[in-house]
Write a protein that binds this ligand. Structure first.
Ligand SMILES: [Zn+2]
Length: 392
């Protein structure tokens, strides 16, 4: 072998070792650091709350668990979500939101889409090469990953695409089967890469909920954390129309105020805000005003309240319960739900196995048992019954 070839071979080995180090060491460290539970933030719930929680249908509208190097079939001691812990938390339905691009130096005030943290994570997690640079391919890969994990789950995870899937799941759970249903959602529609037709591809891959923007303005519309604070672009208007024709649900979490208003004006289709806080208890750039809460409630939408600092300021179950009570007082009992933002680079008072602590906090906040059951999942189930397609 010539010296040049030797050098190239040595370099290839070094690069290979570097990638291996990223895969085996760096990505799990990032996961551990980014998705943590605050020790002692949630006291263990009492018997009454546990019993109520056990008997409730629990739905969480938002977790980014697919982003991390974790086989969800295995129980982990880090991060927030995996299948054994979803069962411990009695979760019937978990929405798995898919993150495809986040800016470096991410913050709530001002981000551009010029940089991307996910490229390195995608390489470290051994995404196929086509998904290293294409956001569309990242979304398709992550959807495939959920299906692949469901196929290996021995019946404890099923991807839900239709109301029929939902009814079968609820019946199976009522019959004692330990199973969680997963619904796919996007965090931002930058994965359509400028083409409305990609929406059809994403629906074909199983996506049922489309978040329009994430942390930066994209070619669909303005983010609450972007630069322009703009509304729907012409492409965004076409996207909203196509989503409605496809029977998809739109998610206005992370939307700028103008985008929120434009979407509510621009479609009669189903709308949710999957993970948020409320200005009434925690002012901040990504939390909903009373006017926005009323607007979502008035059109039969859904608002998921989160459990991280950006949503509830003080990261405790009691603070979550105060936000829920505020939302109920503003818009009524039928539109409030849980939208944890587990695994969304968040610090939370519990992981998903500890959700009964939220049930106790809601009871302590003075909610009736009927209201608690609605917030834990009945409102979300009613929404999905109305808005998932009936059959494929
Ligand atoms: Zn988010």
């Amino acid at each position: 072998m010539s010296p040049v070839r030797k050098a190239i071979a040595a370099l290839a080995v070094l690069v290979g070792l570097g990638v291996l180090a990223l895969v085996t060491i760096v990505a799990p460290i990032v996961d551990r650091r980014m998705n943590s539970v605050i020790p002692g933030a949630a006291p263990p719930p009492g018997d009454d709350a546990r019993a109520l929680h056990r008997g409730a249908t629990v739905v969480d509208l938002h977790a980014d668990a697919l982003l991390w190097p974790r086989d969800l079939n295995d129980r982990h001691r880090h991060g927030h979500v995996d299948l054994p812990r979803l069962q411990d938390g009695n979760v019937a339905v978990q929405v798995f939101s898919v993150v495809t691009k986040t800016p470096r130096g991410i913050n709530y005030e001002r981000n551009t889409g010029e940089t991307d943290n996910i490229t390195l994570l995608a390489i470290a997690e051994r995404y196929p090469v086509r998904a290293w640079w294409s956001l569309r391919e990242r979304a398709l890969y992550q959807a495939g990953r959920l299906r692949e994990m469901a196929a290996r789950s021995r019946g404890s995870l099923r991807v839900l695409e239709t109301t029929n899937d939902l009814e079968v799941l609820l019946a199976d759970r009522a019959g004692g089967t330990a199973i969680t249903g997963g619904i796919l959602a996007t965090e931002g529609l930058h994965p359509i890469e400028g083409s409305v037709a990609t929406l059809d591809t994403l629906v074909g891959a199983g996506y049922r909920i489309f978040g329009l923007t994430h942390f930066f303005d994209n070619d669909v519309g303005g983010s609450a954390h972007g630069v322009s604070r703009g509304g729907l672009t012409p492409l965004g208007t076409a996207v909203v129309q196509r989503a409605h024709a496809l029977g998809a649900i739109l998610d206005l979490a992370h939307a700028s105020h103008s985008l929120f208003t434009d979407v509510l004006r621009g479609t009669t289709g189903p709308v949710m805000v999957s993970h948020t806080g409320v200005q009434g208890t925690c002012p901040g750039p990504r939390n909903l005003s009373d006017e926005q809460l009323r607007a979502i409630a008035a059109r039969g939408g859904l608002v998921g309240i989160g459990i991280w600092d950006g949503a509830i300021c003080e990261v405790t179950p009691a603070s979550f319960a105060r936000a829920v009570r505020h939302a109920l007082e503003v818009g009524g009992d039928d539109y409030v739900a849980l939208g944890s933002d587990f695994d969304g680079a968040t610090r939370t008072p519990i992981d998903v196995s500890g959700l009964a602590a939220l049930t106790e906090a809601l009871l302590n906040e003075g909610l009736s048992r009927t209201q608690v059951r609605k917030v834990l999942g009945e409102n979300a189930v009613a929404f999905f019954r109305r808005h998932l397609p009936p059959r494929l």
